[in-house]
Design a protein around this ligand. Structure first.
Ligand SMILES: [Zn+2]
Ligand SMILES: [Zn+2]
Length: 144
């Protein structure tokens, strides 16, 4: 179980999450690199019903990147916030670097290393997947 709080850079949007979490994944795909302006995106999956927007709903904007991925962000400061998966009931992707609080897990694996930034060296011993794991279920499972 995790008890997390997060906010965007300008502080207009605030949220919290209480509940079980899914795998903490570093995604090196080119979409995540563009979206975050970073070498990779680190995210966990959480349950929609444990996620609460506390403040700033009027600043929350959406961008549908693929049929199953809707990115949300702050219109005022541009911070990347939760990802909605329209084809996965009750799940959200949460960029974990924007959260504070108690997380019950550590980083677990790298995905889309086949399109990672050429200048970034992965120096840990975590499993790496060139695309996504063959067992797709581990991408979005939440172990209660
Ligand atoms: Zn903001
Ligand atoms: Zn990605």
């Amino acid at each position: 179980m995790a008890a997390l709080k997060g906010e965007c850079l300008c502080g207009k949007i605030r949220y919290e999450y209480n509940g079980a979490t899914g795998n903490l994944v570093h995604c090196h795909c080119s979409r995540c690199r563009k979206w975050h302006g970073a070498a990779f995106r680190s995210r966990i999956v959480v349950k929609q019903d444990g996620y609460k927007l506390i403040q700033g709903e009027e600043y929350l904007a959406q961008y549908q990147a693929t049929p199953n991925v809707i990115k949300t962000f702050c219109q005022n400061c541009g911070s990347s916030l939760a990802t909605i998966y329209p084809l996965r009931d009750n799940l959200l992707g949460l960029p974990i670097s924007g959260c504070e609080g108690e997380l019950d897990r550590y980083e677990e694996f790298h995905i889309y290393t086949g399109s990672k930034a050429q200048w970034w060296k992965i120096t840990d011993n975590l499993p790496q997947y060139e695309n996504i794991p063959e067992d797709k279920a581990i991408m979005h499972c939440i172990n209660e």
